[in-house]
Ligand binder design. Structure first.
Ligand code: GUN
Length: 291
């Protein structure tokens, strides 16, 4: 069993991005610029956005954080999105989700100019991705594809089971795995799937994005399978200083011994998700997706 080291690959990618930024600037180009809108004070969102800003600094991007309180109106937020769409210095921006209940997330996502939608959430980017056109791909699936490629894991002709069908992970993941670059035979399984254990056992590559801690047990995994664990549920713990720890969707102790490769939680998919946003911002700065 080999552990897939997301921290190591993420560090390699960040070094590559930082080198490219230096070259761009040395050649008289503009410093890539990412902005993030954060509404309210949700603990998870605060942490994620702080990491995104820190990552920008680490690779030499300019970053801008725009904060609103929970009572911001949808109109105010839409006006800011419109302003950022027209800001010529900005290569991309994200609106951190979730948003307060009185704001329609879909309306906000659809207001973002697809050319600046480095989260890859806009239906134009999702649609372009599905039909194989250049697009911003959402961060987690993009990061997983990078991990599989950099570990030279064979995907051609393999049975890939994706557990979960969310718009930002399971669904795009299933599409990417079925495309010609990956050539896997894909099954999307979810809460209504019958014979889930057998379906999971048929997987050469099992990608788990359910959000249910330790859902996948040892008897659900084929000997020699590649297991990618997207789960990151915070659970209470008296063993850590913070009082909580991250749990994946896979019962690691049971599953890992059966695998050829497995991602740990933390340190697997998570760090790659963060670098994907940087890669998308760089692609935008270089005008590689939309000419
Ligand atoms: N909330 C959780 N993950 C994400 C993400 O990738 N992008 C945004 N904008 N919000 C999130």
């Amino acid at each position: 069993m080999e552990l897939i080291d997301g921290n190591k690959i993420a560090a390699e990618i960040k070094t590559e991005i930082a080198e490219e930024v230096k070259t761009i600037i040395a050649n008289g180009g503009k410093q890539p610029h990412l902005a993030a809108i954060l509404v309210g004070h949700d603990g998870g969102s605060e942490t994620y956005v702080a990491y995104k800003i820190k990552d920008c600094e680490a690779v030499g991007f300019k970053s801008t954080l725009i904060r609103y309180e929970d009572d911001v109106t949808e109109e105010e937020l839409l006006a800011k999105v419109d302003e950022l769409n027209r800001d010529e210095d900005l290569d991309g921006f994200i609106v951190q989700l979730p948003l307060p209940k009185h704001i329609s997330e879909q309306k906000i996502i659809e207001a973002i100019d697809p050319k600046k939608d480095v989260d890859g959430f806009h239906p134009i980017n999702v649609g372009r991705m599905v039909i194989g056109l250049p697009s911003f791909v959402s961060a987690t699936p993009y990061g997983i594809v990078e991990l599989l490629k950099r570990y030279k894991i064979e995907t051609n002709g393999k049975n890939c089971v994706v557990l979960g069908r969310s718009n930002i992970v399971g669904r795009p993941m299933s599409v990417l795995m079925s495309q010609k670059a990956m050539n896997a035979t894909v099954t999307v399984a979810h809460s209504r799937t019958e014979n889930l254990k057998e379906v999971c056992k048929s997987a050469d590559i099992l990608i788990v994005a359910m959000g249910v801690p330790e859902f996948v047990k040892g008897d659900m995994v084929k000997e020699g399978a590649v297991v990618i664990d997207v789960g990151t549920t915070r659970v209470k713990s008296d063993q850590t200083q913070s009082g909580w720890k991250l749990k994946g969707d896979v019962l690691f102790e049971e599953v890992a011994p059966k695998c050829s490769y497995i991602t740990p939680v933390p340190g697997g998919v998570g760090p790659m998700t963060r670098t994907s946003l940087l890669l998308n911002t760089l692609l935008s700065a270089k005008k590689e997706i939309y000419k």
